[in-house]
Design a protein around this ligand. Structure first.
Ligand code: 8LQ
Length: 485
């Protein structure tokens, strides 16, 4: 489709969406001009919007004024997208410290506190929790944005969408909820995380004819186990689409294929950070793995983690996000510390946005180094989950043998491998594959089925415990394979 129009649909600052608008059910795009326009032309419009957002933050937020002032910079200095790369990044710690000083929303709140209509937050497991204040305008913009991205995933008003993640502080659940609602679908806010809820989820999915599921990839795999244990084949639940956020998985081939096969469903990735909701601005635009950067919602630059300057397409770096529709707590150059690789826009993908073919595949701080090789947990997940007789969970233990770091992967088997010989051979096979992919050997240890706790939310599989190694060796001696040479 050739689009000559240069004006984007409903593109205003501050945003003002027509909440009655919805495309015809058979339309591919929610906003065809925005989604298919020439990237260069879009960049011109994005620059103008960035200038507006910066001017707005400068005049309403002491936080941004102080930050940019200290860097000797004013919004008027940003005349090109290259200029914009020089705007200092915001670190999450800065937001946390600013909120502690200017309670409850921080001095980056750009609207009167009484305008806040909805509060979300971080869980606060690693420090002071951070509150997200959302005004009515932003709530509606986020709903419109999410509806648009969910539309690209093929979700339609005839669908029933079950929200299978905690309905608490977590933005993921609420964002999916209001997006599905705005799209016109039936929303089933079931939640996750309370005792016995997983089995109830399975039963309710069947009972209500749920066609779309939202949650984390780890939880979806857990639900499949729960269904099977209850004698229900997950393929018979009738879920035709599952979309995910919160952790790597939906763009990790083995996890993606596993979910698609066990539920007989289509899998879509999405998600960035709660601070930059609409977090689905990184979201699938078709059935292929990976996500598009929906630049007109949140401007994304993949940057060199050291210089924090934009990298050319084809490079690996860390995303830096700028919200273009948020008015209460706009985020301008928020550093994610995640890792991805980006590719140039291509009209062949149906939407002319930059593309992250493997989605977000790790955090810089989750990366660990074993014998000089940089290793990301998702690369291990990819190998392990692809193994025959995989039992459904694993743990990655980084430990130390003398002066050398060692990598131990404890993998549940499914009980179908026979005796010790079978297990040893199985470990050797996984170990060999890990060596090929990671560039270093890993000690693979077999673990009995259902040993590890399942998660209803984001998985935590990495244990950095240098002392655990010897006790593990002692307890599982015999059936292990040392892939470390
Ligand atoms: N993270 C989030 N989504 C991810 C994805 N699709 N692939 C890989 N890693 C992902 C509210 C949304 O679910 C987004 C979200 O989870 O926000 P949070 O709770 O602020 O967590 C953000 C972090 O989750 C990101 O920085 C990624 O590391 C991961």
């Amino acid at each position: 489709m050739t689009v000559t129009a240069t004006r984007m649909e409903q593109w205003t600052w501050p945003p003002a969406y027509d909440d009655d608008y919805r495309p015809a059910d058979d339309a591919t795009h929610w906003f065809p001009v925005r989604e298919t326009m020439a990237p260069d032309r879009r960049d011109e419009l994005l620059l103008a919007r960035i200038q507006e957002v910066m001017a707005y933050a400068w005049s309403t937020s002491p936080f941004y004024r102080a930050k940019w002032g200290a860097a000797g910079l004013e919004p008027g200095d940003v005349r090109t997208l290259e200029d914009f790369e020089r705007v200092p990044v915001v670190h999450k710690d800065e937001l946390r410290a600013d909120q502690a000083e200017h309670e409850p929303y921080g001095s980056y709140l750009c609207v009167p506190p009484r305008d806040v209509r909805h509060v979300n937050g971080t869980s606060g497991t690693t420090g002071r929790p951070t509150a997200f204040g959302v005004n009515g305008r932003d709530w509606r913009s986020i709903a419109n944005a999410h509806a648009r991205v969910m539309w690209a995933m093929g979700i339609r008003p005839s669908d029933t969408v079950l929200i299978g993640s905690p309905l608490s502080l977590y933005w993921g659940s609420w964002g999916a909820y209001i997006g599905a609602e705005r799209l016109g679908a039936t929303v089933f806010p079931f939640g996750a995380g309370t005792a016995g809820q997983s089995l109830r989820t399975v039963h309710w999915m069947r009972q209500m004819g749920v066609t779309v599921f939202y949650g984390t990839p780890s939880y979806a795999l857990h639900l499949a186990e729960v269904a099977r244990d209850a004698g229900i084949d997950p393929r018979h639940l009738g879920v035709r689409r599952m979309f995910f956020s919160g952790e790597p998985g939906a763009s990790v081939p083995s996890i993606r294929e596993r979910i698609a096969t066990v539920f007989d469903t289509r899998v879509y990735d999405s998600g960035s950070m709660a601070e930059v909701s609409p977090w689905m601005h990184l979201g699938a635009g078709s059935d292929e793995p990976g996500v598009l950067c929906w630049q007109d919602l949140v401007h994304t630059d993949v940057c060199d983690p050291t210089t924090l300057r934009r990298l050319p397409y084809g490079s690996e770096g860390t995303p830096v996000y700028t919200t273009l529709e948020r008015t209460a707590q706009p985020m301008i150059r928020l550093l994610s510390n995640d890792l991805t690789r980006w590719e140039a826009p291509s009209a062949e993908r149906g939407r002319t946005y930059p593309f992250l073919p493997r989605g977000i595949y790790g955090r810089i701080d989750d990366m660990f180094v074993v014998r000089g090789e940089n290793i990301y947990p998702s690369a291990i997940d990819e190998v392990v989950m692809r193994s025959d007789n995989y039992g459904g969970e694993h743990r990655i233990v980084i430990s130390r043998d003398g002066a050398m770091d060692e990598l131990v992967v404890q993998v549940e088997h499914d009980g179908g491998l026979g005796g010790e010989g079978g297990l040893t051979q199985w470990c050797a096979t996984i170990s060999g594959r890990l060596r090929t992919v990671l560039g270093v050997g890993a000690k693979v240890l077999p673990v009995a089925p259902q040993t590890f706790a399942r998660t209803e939310f984001k998985a935590r599989r990495v244990i950095d415990d240098r002392d655990l190694f010897r006790s593990l060796e002692a307890s599982t001696a015999g059936a292990s394979t040392d892939g470390v040479s």
